[in-house]
Unconditional design. Sequence first.
Length: 86
Amino acid sequence: MSIGGGIALIVIGAILAFALDFQVAGIDIQLIGYILIAAGVVVTILGIALAFRKRSVVSTSRTGIDPASGEQVTRRSTRDDGGPVV
């Protein structure tokens, strides 16, 4: 789920907690609404945190001449988020 899913959970929870006024035997509709609101807030905060996390990509390019053949050789490596060099 993302930010939109979290907002949907908040809206559905608010409807259950504040707008509906009926009883179901053995089920507290208001409590379910509050639980959905809390879950929606958590999902929304996680979605925002993941959307704005800093990503870094480091690219390195090295060029040299192969002493055996005399050809120009280029080596490229990319590292994403501190991962291993590819």
